[in-house]
Design a protein around this ligand. Structure first.
Ligand code: MLT
Length: 409
């Protein structure tokens, strides 16, 4: 009988596994063979510090409210409760002189979901530009949507415009020579850990305004910025409200990787062909999701309380100190290292003679340290390796020592 059901064949164009699933599989295999090994995980950027008491306490209180008739709540507003959208608007934007109103903020379960879904409100024949290396979600989600073309070995997807980020250009993408409709930028960058200054970001805003392109600006790591010249939001650049969508997350800022809360900013001025992107996204979100749980949103709101803010800053400082330990320890051991100053990620050059995956395997086998191979983020990541500063102080120190020892041998 003829098979009439057709699947989305674009999925066949994807790598077999999502990058972090592939890593996890290799680590599980290693752990099975070496049950005695103390594995140090500096691979996926997952936090280890507990939530500040004020944040955890707000969620407990919200749970208690749900258990009483007078304070019980059912469905909340799809785009988030006003109390949280107000707090975000005030603390993340207005306090920096950026006028972003609560109804331009859409609360969600994660920047991963939002950056992978935003393409739905755009045509499939738009040209996509991504950095190389890049957070795989931007690319894979466009492959699924049928916007990427065919995969050509060694070159990448035929319809995607890749913007190489190399040592030679300070790991900052250059404006593409051809036209790009949808441009994904992430700063501070995942995976290279490099930040972008105002003047460099302005070039992108100017390009987008001139070419009627949209910038998807992933600022999930803005809380790690230490350089006063680096903008925390793209809307600090004049004109950006007319060309950029911004993604933010409580994951790395406030330790919410397991709690799940993020938000996307779509300014009302963002209008293409007479159509408001804010309106389209609202339509999309109200159809596809019922919002984030009340408990989680109360926890996120508490991040902006005095005690909550103090707590999250303390955690960020802890990870920043880890980043410094990795940077300095590996430099001392003779490695070339980048990033880790305005970012939780350290981007290191692998020793000559190794590919990124060979270095991954060597480190796992000889040091039981897990990192992320640069080539998993794109062809220009080959020869590099990413470490995160999100582990405990003790494990971070141990990992740096072990890496140094293995390559001193
Ligand atoms: C990473 O390690 O790149 C991130 O933790 C992944 C993510 O945020 O989804």
């Amino acid at each position: 009988m003829q098979n009439l059901l057709k699947i989305n064949e674009n999925f066949a164009k994807l790598p077999a596994n999502y990058l972090f699933v592939e890593i996890d599989n290799r680590v599980k295999k290693f752990a099975g063979l070496h049950p005695e090994a103390e594995i140090l995980r500096l691979g996926i950027g997952d936090v280890t510090r507990p939530l500040p008491a004020a944040v955890a306490g707000a969620m407990v209180k919200a749970a208690e409210e749900m258990g009483r008739q007078e304070t019980f709540r059912g469905y909340g507003p799809e785009a988030g409760y006003p109390f949280l959208r107000e707090a975000i608007s005030e603390h993340d934007f207005r306090s920096r002189g950026v006028d972003i109103q609560p109804d331009e903020i859409f609360v969600s379960d994660g920047a991963k979901s939002d950056t992978s879904s935003i393409g739905e409100i755009f045509a499939v024949d738009n040209t996509v530009a991504v950095c190389d290396p890049v957070y795989p979600v931007y690319c894979d989600s466009n492959v699924m949507a049928g916007r990427a073309g065919d995969y050509i070995e060694g070159k990448g997807y035929s319809k995607i415009v890749y913007m190489p980020c190399l040592k030679e250009n300070r790991f900052l993408p250059e404006i593409p020579r051809c036209h790009a409709d949808m441009i994904y930028l992430c700063f501070p960058n995942n995976p290279t850990g490099m930040g972008i200054g105002r003047a460099d970001l302005k070039k992108w805003v100017d390009y987008a305004l001139e070419n009627q392109s949209v910038i998807f600006y992933d600022a999930a790591y803005e809380a790690f910025i230490t350089d006063p010249d680096m903008p925390h939001s793209i809307y600090e650049i004049p004109g950006a409200k007319k060309c950029a969508v911004e993604f933010r997350s409580f994951s790395k800022t406030a330790g919410f990787t397991g709690v799940r809360c993020a938000f996307t900013v779509i300014p009302k001025e963002l209008v293409f062909g007479g159509v408001s992107l804010n309106g389209l996204w609202k339509r999309r979100q109200s159809t596809k999701m019922n919002g984030v749980s009340y408990l989680v949103q109360r926890g996120a709101e508490a991040v902006y309380s005095e005690a909550g803010w103090r707590g999250v800053q303390k955690n960020i400082a802890y990870y920043q100190a880890n980043a410094q330990i990795i940077r300095e320890g590996l430099s001392k051991a003779g490695f070339e290292v980048y990033g880790g100053v305005n970012s939780p990620y350290i981007w290191m050059k692998v020793p000559d003679g190794f590919t990124s995956w060979q270095f991954f395997d060597r480190l796992l086998e000889r040091a039981a340290v897990v990192g992320t191979p640069g080539s998993g983020f794109g062809p220009c990541g080959e020869g590099y390796f990413r470490l995160t500063s999100f582990n405990t102080r003790e494990n971070t120190q141990k990992a740096v020592e072990r890496i140094g020892k293995v390559f001193a041998e």
